[in-house]
Design a protein around this ligand. Structure first.
Ligand code: SF4
Length: 337
């Protein structure tokens, strides 16, 4: 898959800002392009380009605190910006995929067969494929479908993030059509709407629905919740990443656990990975206030249950299993959740 790195725009900004040192941040999938991009920027400017090799999973990862005093500009690739103020000037370059409509036309035909008689379609994707949605919408409409795309809180029409499904909630549609890879976003749409979700996956070149995957994940989550019901001592995980830090929520959870007679400790770290948690032998289960994907995507890596705040509510009997939802971090101008 090819992406548009908007090199001319980046070079123009570097010159405008008269930057001396710039850091480039990439999500893992785009990092193989880093050297080539750094080379091109260096050949057209006098700036020192530094490539960040730290993890970068979303716009929540913008590393301005980390690189403050080291660089005077951050170029953050692969994500749409969140309304977070940064200390270091930051440019977001979405790196839209250059995937063409004709590359997925056959998959769309299959998707229409898959969808069958359902008429009203909610069209959804992630940042990389947003420019394609207009053409896909037109195509579906020509095929007799009614297409709905709504703007979410802090997201563009039809866009979801792994922690923000506001654009798909309460839509009057029969089925959602998700354009993109992986299963996590489609799972989130399914859980946020309880409606069928068909995936057009240009990476695998296939059309599938989310049902089987959703059932498998729900089984795993159910088992983790049951196991966590025996936990007496909890670790409340907080991330120091600017867009993932939910300190207020972490404190609320501590009070909640106390009210239910459970002990808990606040634990802050940058990346929530199993090797950093296993030394906390006195903790029976964790609840994560950081990226909502960690508990779900990486659950098989953790020996002890790592739950989301909404799953903790189920453990404590404050939410029913039928009300299961993915956790979300919805950023509005200056506000979290
Ligand atoms: S919190 Fe997680 S899902 Fe949300 S933007 Fe960051 S990495 Fe993506």
């Amino acid at each position: 898959m090819k992406y548009d790195f908007k090199l001319n725009k980046v070079i123009k900004k570097i010159k405008e800002k008269n930057a001396k040192n710039v850091v480039l941040q990439f999500p893992e999938g785009l990092r193989p392009k880093a050297i080539d991009i750094a080379k091109k920027i260096e050949s057209k400017t006098n700036v020192n380009v530094i490539i960040s090799a730290d993890s970068c999973y979303g716009a929540c990862d913008v590393a301005d605190k980390k690189y403050y005093g080291i660089v005077d500009l951050i170029v953050h690739y692969g994500h749409t910006p969140l309304p977070i103020k940064t200390k270091v000037p930051t440019i977001f370059v979405e790196a839209f995929s250059t995937l063409d409509f004709k590359d997925i036309k056959n998959l769309l035909k299959q998707a229409i067969d898959y969808i069958g008689k359902d008429k009203k379609i909610g069209l959804v994707s992630v940042a990389q494929h947003l420019p394609l949605l207009k053409k896909i919408k037109k195509y579906l409409e020509k095929k007799g479908k009614e297409v709905v795309m709504k703007k979410g809180i802090g997201t563009k029409p039809g866009q979801v993030l792994g922690c923000n499904f506001s654009s798909v909630k309460n839509l009057d549609v029969d089925t959602y059509l998700f354009i993109g890879g992986g299963n996590f976003h489609a799972l989130g749409i399914k859980l946020a709407t309880k409606k069928p979700v068909v995936i057009v996956d240009p990476y695998e070149g296939e059309v599938r629905n989310i049902e089987r995957f959703a059932k498998k994940i729900m089984k795993i989550r159910f088992a983790k919740i049951i196991k966590a019901q025996k936990a007496k001592t909890w670790g409340i995980l907080m991330s120091s990443k600017p867009g993932q830090l939910r300190q207020e929520l972490a404190l609320k959870l501590k009070n909640k656990l106390k009210a239910h007679g459970k002990k808990s400790f606040l634990i802050i770290l940058d990346n929530i990975v199993p090797e950093f948690l296993q030394s906390f032998t006195g903790i029976d289960a964790f609840v994560s206030t950081a990226c909502p994907r960690i508990a779900i995507d990486d659950s098989y890596l953790f020996k002890k249950p790592v739950l989301t705040p909404k799953e903790l509510e189920i453990v404590l009997g404050e939410r029913s299993w039928e009300e299961y939802e993915l956790d979300e971090i919805i950023w509005e101008e200056g506000n979290e959740n």
